[in-house]
Write a protein that binds this ligand. Structure first.
Ligand code: XIL
Length: 379
């Protein structure tokens, strides 16, 4: 396992330097910058990827093909980030127009984008209960499901073999609320194939690309609540069992769609979980970081201060652990965030979950990220 990771040379501080000189609207944030920026960081000359890379950390973001047609946003993404993960293009419903065909056009366009801009590329997600194509339900049966899953993984992973930093092989497979004794989600894959689909998927991905970091990515595990504690306990149980059988899992992904205003984020039991996972020899990626602000005040200064405070507390906690090797935001600007639709504010005000606001000016969150990376121990 550990040897596998070394072979994969997990981190070589991607993208440092390249494209680091984005000219940002400095006047827009200069006034507020002094109070929110005691460290004197400058988003225009020292991007987040550079501050992170000094500590051996990889910083990156999710984005979509559509968003990257916005030239200013594309420049923002590549100037700040060492890695790109497509938010949509590599999900089943995007890749599989029919049971017989694959559409790699957007995924390939994004791969090309990363190559031109000296970024790493990451795949999301090979096996998920959601984002299945419309044809899936009427097509998949217990008889053909294994072949359907393995052919998909083999074709897609081979297509990008040698070019992917990592793959989310399994996404959101746990759901203790479904009340199974193993804590697994009662997903279509589970119903079709039973619990072995997880092992099958990792083995197939490893065969198709021996170099990519293979990740099991989970949501809602960041809080010390009954739900978070239960999901993490099942997670540890599955990881131990599968690693014991030699299943090629190299890292876990902690999505980290944090809920602003919740009291139990990254508490002591969560910290123990990180230590347990790292003691198993696994690396940890923070894969989808943002902060939902639907419980926070309307006032922008108060809200941004609260959001930045959550980033600071969360990142200081996770980055204290050296198994945490990458921090990936789920988007770079509030102009393009899934939170707007998925978790709107009750007062209808635009949400502010990300490092750059809707005008693409750095918010307090940018400075919180910069400070947390700068304060992190080297790894
Ligand atoms: C989200 C995308 O960002 C949205 O555009 C889409 O409508 C729904 O999916 N966890 C995941 C991601 O693993 O795939 C989700 O992405 C966000 C939650």
């Amino acid at each position: 396992m550990t040897e596998g990771l070394n072979r994969r040379k997990f981190l070589h501080t991607a993208g440092v330097g390249a494209g680091a000189c984005l000219v940002l609207g400095t006047s827009a944030f200069a006034a507020g910058a002094r109070s929110m920026n005691p460290g004197g960081f400058d988003p225009g000359t020292t991007p987040l990827k550079t501050i992170a890379a000094r500590k051996g950390l990889l910083y990156g973001t999710e984005s979509t093909y559509g968003e990257l047609q916005d030239a200013a946003y594309a420049d923002l993404v590549s100037s700040q980030c060492g890695l790109l993960v497509p938010g949509l293009a590599l999900k089943w419903d995007a890749l599989r127009p029919t049971p017989e065909t694959y559409d790699f056009s957007k995924g390939d366009w994004m791969l090309n984008f990363t190559r031109q801009r000296d970024m790493k590329y990451r795949g999301h997600a090979l096996v998920w209960f959601a984002a299945l194509p419309k044809w899936f339900n009427g097509y998949a049966t217990p008889q053909n499901a294994k072949q359907l899953l393995l052919a998909h993984i083999n074709t897609v992973v081979l297509h990008y073999a040698g070019k992917m930093q990592s793959w989310d092989v399994i996404n959101e497979a746990l759901e203790p609320n479904d009340k199974r004794p193993d804590g697994l989600r009662n997903s279509p894959w589970l119903q079709l194939l039973g619990p072995d689909y997880i092992e099958m998927a990792f083995r197939a991905a490893s065969e198709a690309d021996p170099h990519a970091i293979l990740v099991w990515n989970e949501n809602f595990i960041e809080e010390d609540t009954a739900a978070g504690i239960a999901k993490r306990a099942f997670f540890v149980q599955h990881l131990k069992r599968l690693l014991g059988k030699g299943v090629p899992i190299h890292a876990i992904g902690i999505q980290s769609h944090l809920i602003g205003g919740n009291p139990n984020i990254a508490g002591p039991q969560f910290q123990q979980f990180i230590d347990q996972v790292s003691d198993m020899g696994l690396k940890i990626l923070i894969t989808e970081l943002d902060v939902k602000d639907f419980k926070l005040p309307n006032d922008i200064t108060a809200r941004d201060t609260a959001i930045a405070g959550i980033y600071t507390q969360y990142l200081n906690t996770v980055l204290a652990r050296k198994a945490v090797v990458a921090v990936l935001s789920w988007g770079m600007s509030d102009k393009y965030t899934w939170i707007e639709k998925a978790y709107p504010r009750p007062d209808g005000a635009p949400v502010r979950p990300l490092a750059f606001d809707a005008n693409m000016n750095p918010s307090r969150t940018w400075y919180a990220l910069a400070k947390a990376f700068d304060s992190a121990p080297s790894r």
